[in-house]
Design a protein around this ligand. Sequence first.
Ligand code: MRU
Length: 343
Amino acid sequence: MRTIEWNDSDSSVKMIDQTLLPGELKIIKCKNVAEICEAIQNLRIRGAPALGVCGAFGVAMAARLSSANTVGGMLKDIKAAGEAIKKTRPTAINLSWGVDRLIQIVEEEGMDPHLIRNIALEEAQRMADEDAAINKKIGKNGAKLLKDGDVILTHCNAGRLACVDWGTALGVIRSAALEGTKISVVACETRPLNQGSRLTAWELQQDKIPVHVITDSAAGFLMSEGVISKVIVGADRITQEFVYNKIGTYSLSVLAKEHNIPFYVAAPVSTLDPDNWEENIKIEERSPDEIRYLGKAKELNVAEGIPILNLAFDKTPMENISAIITENGTFYPPILIDEIILG
Ligand code: MRU
């Protein structure tokens, strides 16, 4: 199944609970906006493109559940739900993009409450289909950059689990493998929530693409030994100056530059943020408990009382990036994000 889907039979949003992988593949159902917010906050669903579609389904759900019988009343309910959803995770722009796109279409075309419910769901479903198609295009464009023998390092999970389907960074790898290019992958573990070891490695194993998992701190040594030929990562937000992505991406970009290894970012155009000021962009800080305790048994990793800074994302300057791969093509330095949007 796709990472996230609308379930018509009981008007719920179905998703793979990513906190349980790779041990258990479980589908959960969110039946109201609070459950959707909980799922996003706790990373049951995660990854920028998947969050965008989840935000859209959340607004569609709010429209379904609203008892308002006027357009104004319904818009009020939808906007309140949209605000609650947007607050769950601040860094990935796709989340607010998904919510805002839904609210905009409802404002433009919603003549009565019944119509609003239908329009909202149709648009959210359109976004889910678009995401899957866009990732295929990103994959096709990016696959041209890979050749036989490449060992590609990736960080976090920018695979089908981070999207509706196929993936961005892993979409490129998947497309190349499908075309017959002989490649293998090195997945950084991605502390503290281990999206690399738990999700990326699992996805690649399912597709029979060779993968090794390394600790995050092993990447520099492997680059210096000539093991890594390319780095491909996804993105949560791209401004003219920086690519925001999982914490550790910046360090990898510096290491790649030092060792003359191409550093590629694969992302849909919806991840671009051309109009924002850096000071307005919030880097998500998550609970210290994600670092203080280890695993389900909650073994103590950092003694109580010691302060912990758990930043979920960092920002990589554009000058460290060799190319941005999008559905509109692959863009090389000098990278101008307005040109990417125009295609
Ligand atoms: O905290 P997460 O797991 O949501 O972080 C995800 C990432 O950093 C991904 O690299 C990014 O969202 C791109 S996913 C195609």
